[in-house]
Structure formats: C-alpha cells, structure tokens
Ligand binder design. Structure first.
Ligand code: HEM
Ligand code: HEM
Length: 191
C-alpha cells in the first residue's frame, strides 16, 4: 500500500512541507550503505579467516563512501532549506528530533574517521581494485587497539540511535498519522 494511503489527506505533506529530492537521495543512499557497512562490521569475524582481509577492506571502502556522502549531505543540508516539523508532530518530537539528527550526523563523521585511524595503524592498505593506497604505517597496537574499541562503541551507539529514529518514524506514521514519513518519501506522481 503506498505510504500516502496511510496518511489522512489533511496530513499529506505538500511539496513545500516535504524534503527535496537531494535530501531524500542522501538520506536513503546513506541508509543503504550504513546497513551494508554495519552488517559487514558485525559479521566479518564469523566469515572464514582467509576472507577477513577482503571484508575489512570492503568495509573500509564503503565506510569511506559513507563519510564522503555524509559530508556532501551536510553541505546540501546547510545550503537547502528543510521543511519545519508539522504542528501535529507533538512537543516530544519538536524537542528531540533536532538533537538526535545532529548526533547521527556527528557519528556518521566521527565513526569513519576513527575507523580510518584503526585501519591505517593496523598496518593495512586500502585496496580499490585498480590501485592501492598504502600509508606505509607500521602496525601499532597501542594506537589501533583503543581506536578499534572506540570505533565499535560509537558504531553501537549509532545503531541504537538509528533504532530509536526508526521507531519514532513508524510511531509518527502509524500512530500519529501526521505524514512525517511521507516527507522523506518520494511523492506519488499525481500529487
Ligand atoms: C559509518 C561507517 C561505519 C560503521 C557504521 C562501522 C561499523 C563497524 C562495526 C560495527 C565494526 C565491528 C565492531 C566489533 O567487531 O565489535 C567495525 C569494525 C571495523 N571498522 Fe568500521 N564502520 C564504519 C566505517 C569504517 C571506516 C571508514 C573504516 C576504515 C577506513 C573502518 C574500519 C574498521 C576496522 C579496521 C574495524 C575492525 C575490524 C577488525 O579488524 O576486526 N570502519 N566497524
Ligand atoms: C542508517 C539509518 C538512518 C540514518 C543514519 C538516518 C538519519 C537521518 C537524519 C540525520 C535525518 C535528519 C534529516 C535532516 O533534517 O537533516 C533523518 C530524517 C528522517 N528519517 Fe532517517 N535515518 C535512517 C534510517 C531511517 C529509516 C529506516 C526511516 C524510516 C523508517 C527513516 C525515516 C526518516 C524520516 C521520516 C525523516 C524526516 C523526519 C522529518 O520529517 O523531520 N530514517 N534521518
């Protein structure tokens, strides 16, 4: 069933009240990549030992893409006006939406940066297929151990925030029916 059918007509967002195409592209592209990068991060240890290098390299490269897209997204965010929250969304959302979104943006920047430090000080080189980028840094446990722990804990915090964010989006959509999810969803052709 199209999303708009679950939203009362009076709460279907107008073009002015929804996010633009660029914001939607960045949002859903990053969701897709974070699911893959997080999945590889969590699962790579259970794959055969001799494939670990491959998975960690892939994880790092997709993580770099998340970092690049995240920075482009922030630039897009500050140069394009975002729709204000609808009045029906309630006081709780009004108070917490911005800090939670901001914290997710910060984590989407800090996690890859700490990941890069962990990767390089583990003595690894980025393998992009056609070329390699090797910083020639020797493996240094005193650096990569704590940064690896930090990277993991920050990633778990991001997953927790994403869980909260998704629950909030579903609560708005199915319970409050205020059209919030439809703001981040491409409009049907006839609207
Ligand atoms: C938003 C982007 C990223 C997310 C959500 C993420 C998430 C994770 C997760 C969940 C783990 C596993 C933690 C554990 O085993 O407890 C992990 C491990 C790791 N990540 Fe990331 N990561 C991201 C980006 C990056 C980037 C950009 C790099 C490097 C360029 C990187 C390098 C690593 C390394 C080296 C490990 C440890 C792998 C190992 O040797 O066990 N990550 N990451
Ligand atoms: C990797 C997972 C996700 C991340 C990192 C993420 C991050 C974000 C961020 C940072 C914003 C704020 C946009 C802005 O105003 O700058 C946002 C908005 C939004 N997200 Fe997500 N999101 C994720 C997954 C999802 C999913 C799965 C859903 C749907 C169930 C969703 C629904 C929404 C909606 C509806 C908004 C707009 C809220 C509003 O109208 O103010 N997000 N998201």
């Amino acid at each position: 069933m199209p999303l708009q059918q679950l939203t009362p007509a009076s709460h279907t967002p107008t073009a002015a009240a929804r996010y633009g195409g660029g914001a939607m592209f960045f949002h859903w592209a990053i969701v897709f990549l974070v699911v893959i990068v997080g999945g590889i991060g969590l699962l790579h240890d259970s794959f055969p030992e001799d494939t670990h290098e491959f998975w960690i390299n892939l994880h790092a490269i997709i993580g770099l893409l998340v970092l690049g897209l995240g920075l482009a997204r922030v630039w897009w965010r500050v140069t394009h006006k975002s729709p204000a929250l609808p009045r029906e969304s309630g006081e709780l959302s009004r108070r917490f939406a911005f800090p939670v979104h901001l914290l997710m943006y910060v984590l989407l920047f800090v996690i890859p940066v700490v990941g890069i430090v962990t990767f390089i000080w583990h003595g690894r080189a980025f393998d992009f297929g056609l070329f390699r980028v090797d910083f020639g840094v020797h493996k240094n446990r005193a650096i990569f151990h704590p940064t690896e722990d930090l990277h993991s804990w920050l990633a778990y915090s991001l997953f927790a925030l994403i869980g909260l964010h998704v629950l909030a989006a579903l609560w708005h959509h199915f319970y409050r029916r205020d059209g919030l999810l439809a703001r981040m969803w491409p409009a049907p052709r006839d609207s």
